[in-house]
Design a protein around this ligand. Structure first.
Ligand code: AMP
Length: 211
């Protein structure tokens, strides 16, 4: 299954719920790339500046990363989160799936209005130590910039500042939204209203997938 949608639409949250429900292996290209940046690996060094500006990492780097993950999992039940993001990635993956076991059964596309996405993304913070997520407006910490769970420092993702958020939304519109047509034609697209509280959205997804 692949989860598609603009930045801030809830792919991370819904991905976690779906993995729990279906026991899928998680392949999040954004998380893998952030880990590579943190480790200072060759891939991380190549990706860091592009990511901070909110632009897309080159297709060949991302495809290599995904393939490595899928081969490593050796599973046939996986959830792709944040991939594919361009038509080139989708068709390369499609071609690879003809010869392997990567075929997508379902694509879930979360739909959230742009003003709501900006609000969600710009207020997002997470703990540098335990990774717990907060939102300045919707789920604020009790003490400013301090994690309630472990007293770690809360940080903002480099690409959640407004300038990068606007760039990421523009790139989504230009490069990722065309995938809705691609998967629509294949008959595997489920468009889901991504507004409201997370458990309502999960329920909509499960209903569309037939439980
Ligand atoms: P995400 O956590 O999915 O919002 O991804 C964060 C950033 O990682 C994106 O803004 C891109 O710079 C990069 N990224 C993640 N997935 C991809 C992908 N499939 N193709 C290209 N760049 C990606």
């Amino acid at each position: 299954m692949a989860l598609l949608g603009p930045p801030g639409c809830g792919k991370g949250t819904q991905g976690a719920a779906l993995r729990e429900r279906f026991g899928s292996a998680h392949v999040s290209t954004g998380e893998l790339l952030r880990a590579a940046v943190k480790d200072g690996s060759e891939l991380g060094l190549a990706a860091a500046a592009v990511m901070a500006e909110g632009k897309l990492v080159p297709d060949d780097l991302v495809l290599g990363l995904v393939e490595e993950q899928l081969n490593g999992h050796g599973r046939d039940n996986y959830l792709l989160d944040g991939f594919p993001r361009t038509l080139a990635q989708a068709s390369a993956f499609d071609t690879a799936s003809d010869s392997g076991s990567y075929e997508l059964d379902h694509v879930v596309a979360l739909d959230v209005p742009e003003a709501e996405l900006v609000r969600r993304l710009c207020g997002r913070r997470s703990c540098v130590d335990c990774g717990r997520s907060y939102h300045l407006e919707f789920r604020p910490p009790s003490r400013e910039a301090v994690c309630d769970a472990c007293e770690g420092t809360l940080e903002q993702r480099a690409d959640d500042v407004e300038e990068s958020v606007r760039a990421r939304l523009g790139i989504y519109r230009d490069q990722t939204a065309p995938l809705l047509g691609f998967y629509g034609e294949k008959g595997i697209l489920n468009k889901i209203d991504g507004t409201g509280n997370p458990s309502e959205v999960t329920a909509r997804i499960l209903e569309a997938l037939g439980g």
